[in-house]
Design a protein around this ligand. Structure first.
Ligand SMILES: N[C@@H](CCC(=O)N[C@@H](CS)C(=O)NCC(=O)O)C(=O)O
Length: 229
């Protein structure tokens, strides 16, 4: 049995970390049985980051490495039919999502307009969290943003970057079906991990407003959300 170790749910989204939700969605699409174990402290995880999985005795960290492992170990064919060009798009979109992660995270933890809403939602949903713990996580994230670079930009510059990522992603989604065809591929799970973590949060960020304004991107997220039940 596969165990997915990841951050907790919020606003009806199974994992409030987009990388964890990406793996969660992949496991659902692949119809692999798994249990989700919620963790709040990532320090014992491989690379000190979530998500990671345990499959029998094997432990793997990093969402892309997990998905590559699951495809090989369990013969998941979700991407078997991708052309060479589609496989390149798959990689480039995952990297764009890695970039979007920082803006999404910044909107929750760093932006003074949205931080109180995020903190209150987390505290209301998860009784074991404390105000002090959330404040300490915030201070830690400030350091991460500074080292990554995004913490040195003005908020408008940060959102311009995230909106550019979202605009490019929205341009890939067809009016019907999934990114590459009527069938979902693992890239659809990756997109869902990030879009759901913005669209379904009851926090009116510029990122959420943009996704809500894009019919195809919104429809894709809703279609994937239905499949997560
Ligand atoms: N490349 C990793 C990124 C995972 C990641 O950024 N996880 C963050 C989610 S907030 C984390 O666990 N951060 C804790 C830390 O960096 O200390 C993946 O694809 O899984």
């Amino acid at each position: 049995m596969i165990t997915l170790y990841s951050y907790p749910d919020l606003f009806g989204v199974a994992d409030n970390n987009p990388f964890g939700l990406k793996v969660f969605a992949f496991l659902k699409l692949a119809e692999l049985p798994f249990t989700q174990e919620v963790i709040f402290d990532a320090s014992a995880a491989p690379h000190g980051q979530l998500p990671y999985i345990r499959d029998e005795g094997t432990i793997i960290g990093d969402s892309d490495a997990i998905i590559a492992y699951l495809k090989a170990r369990h013969g998941v064919m979700l991407d078997a039919w991708l052309s060479a060009e589609q496989a390149i798009t798959d990689l480039l979109v995952r990297r764009t999502l890695d970039d979007l992660y920082w803006v999404m995270s910044y909107s929750r933890w760093r932006d003074d307009r949205f931080w109180p809403l995020f903190r209150e939602a987390m505290l209301a949903r998860h009784a074991n969290l404390t105000t002090e713990g959330m404040d300490a996580a915030r201070a830690y994230n400030f350091e991460r943003y500074r080292h990554q670079g995004i913490g040195r930009y003005e908020p408008d510059e940060v959102y311009a970057r995230g909106l550019a990522d979202l605009r490019a992603l929205a341009g890939l989604i067809p009016p019907q079906g999934y990114v590459f065809s009527a069938r979902a591929a693992s890239l659809d799970a990756a997109l869902y991990g990030f879009m759901a973590n913005i669209l379904y949060f009851d926090i009116d960020t510029p990122l959420k407003r943009f996704i809500a304004s894009q019919p195809a991107l919104r429809r894709h997220t809703e279609a994937m959300h239905e499949r997560m039940r």
